[in-house]
Design a protein around this ligand. Structure first.
Ligand SMILES: Cc1cc2nc3c(=O)[nH]c(=O)nc-3n(C[C@H](O)[C@H](O)[C@H](O)COP(=O)(O)OP(=O)(O)OC[C@H]3O[C@@H](n4cnc5c(N)ncnc54)[C@H](O)[C@@H]3O)c2cc1C
Length: 377
């Protein structure tokens, strides 16, 4: 019987497994219904930023950035972390006020974020239309890494420390039998005293197996890839427009970009909605006028795992001993995976509440006592 079973081999499950093994708990099994990283992780943009509005998220980011900086040294696998920075754009006074307050908090917690004028933003990214930009924030330590390399790195490092990963093993039922959890899977039954649910956008479904309401809602997001271009430098930052979540960054010879679709219904559909391209193309070519003459060569879609306050759920389930949740990362699970892995491993092994995780409890939704993360994409 494994000491710990983790459901889901995305970046969160693999980081938790690695950290558990590093802390001395080697008897860990991960059950994954498809392949390692095949959920949202391999479909994400790899952005890593410290520009959040709440202390809890900034702390997760600051710790994670330091980890990504030494990822290869610790994990023995490159993360391709490029600290090209992140530039966030405000187009209204209300957004600028959020930026001012957030920058003060970010700096007090060790994130070197600066408030910039629109002209300063344009100096960082020539080619950017800043006519309607009132201000920006920039952090040069932020950037992006390769999601495939990071999840495979965590998985291989965990395996070297004894963790077993079972791909193509779907968990179909979970029940309590005495002091252990019994998991029904597509390949048979398994038992363990401790189970961690790290099933990303599918966590609500796993909650149903447990009779627990886990408010994680799947929401499709796209990444469009342009033809090669030279207008944006290879080392340009990731740029995010605060009001609509439009973002872009360099990827190979072209740009990749995406945006929230407020009309998107909740679903597990990850086919590409080409009908959304004209809407996003309008926003994109307003911000980057040269894009009017560019082509889009391909696109992919994946799922965000959104919660009502755009914050993760990282918690032991009240009244269900040995059952933990690490899900609902609301579009920032990749960047927070190193710190989350360490914290969940500590939570599981020490079996005590951790003050840094207080804003991420499941109970906050019942109590209606939560603070929405303003800087979500
Ligand atoms: C287009 C897009 C862009 C994004 N950009 C960024 C970004 O720039 N930065 C950032 O930090 N985040 C970004 N994200 C979000 C990021 O991808 C997620 O927050 C992160 O990957 C969550 O990791 P996870 O391990 O929790 O989930 P996942 O990677 O989805 O892993 C969960 C795993 O659980 C498995 N699973 C589910 N149910 C079961 C079951 N019953 N039995 C067994 N296995 C099961 C799934 O197959 C899956 O592999 C983006 C997401 C998308 C879609």
């Amino acid at each position: 019987m494994p000491e710990v079973i983790i459901i889901g081999a995305g970046v969160i499950g693999c980081s938790i497994a690695y950290h558990l093994a590093k802390m001395g708990c080697h008897d860990v099994t991960i059950l994954e219904k498809n392949l390692i990283g095949s959920g949202s992780t391999d479909r994400c943009a790899g952005g890593i930023r410290q520009q959040f509005s709440t202390e809890a998220n900034i702390r997760l980011s600051v710790e994670s950035v330091r980890f990504f900086e030494r990822f290869e040294e610790e994990i023995g696998h490159p993360a391709d972390f490029r600290q090209n920075g992140y530039l966030m754009l405000a187009t209204t006074e209300a957004e600028l006020e959020i930026f001012r307050q957030s920058v003060a908090l970010q700096r007090s917690l060790g994130a070197e974020v600066n408030l910039l004028s629109s002209q300063e933003a344009r100096e960082i990214v020539p080619g950017l239309n800043v006519d309607d930009v009132l201000g920006a924030t920039h952090c040069s330590d932020d950037g992006y890494a390769d999601p495939y390399s990071v999840v495979q790195g965590f998985a291989s490092a965990a395996r070297r420390l004894g963790v077993k990963i079972h791909p193509e093993t779907e968990v179909t039922g979970i029940m309590r039998t005495g002091r252990t959890w019994c998991l029904l899977t597509s390949k048979g039954k398994l038992q363990s005293p401790t189970v961690v649910v790290a099933t990303g956008a599918w966590s609500g479904q796993v909650g149903k197996m447990l009779g627990v309401d886990i408010p994680v809602h799947p929401s499709r997001r796209h990444i469009f890839v342009t033809t090669p271009l030279h207008e944006i430098a290879k080392n340009a930052p990731m740029v995010v427009e605060f009001c609509n979540g439009f973002w872009f960054r360099r990827e190979g010879p072209g740009l990749i970009f995406g945006m929230r679709n407020p009309e998107e219904p909740e679903s597990f559909d990850i086919s590409v909605d080409w009908g959304f391209l004209p809407t996003i193309a309008e926003t994109a070519s307003h911000r980057l006028p040269f894009l009017k003459d560019m082509g889009v060569v391909r696109a992919q879609a994946g799922l965000h795992e959104d919660t009502p306050d755009a914050n993760a759920i990282i918690d032991g389930v009240p009244g269900m001993e040995g059952l933990y949740l690490a899900c609902g990362f609301s579009g920032h699970g990749f960047m927070h995976s190193p710190a989350v892995g360490r914290l969940v491993a500590s939570l599981v092994l020490e079996k005590q509440a951790i003050s840094e995780l207080a804003p991420f409890t499941l109970e906050r939704f019942k109590a209606g006592a939560y603070r929405k993360e303003q800087c979500f994409i």
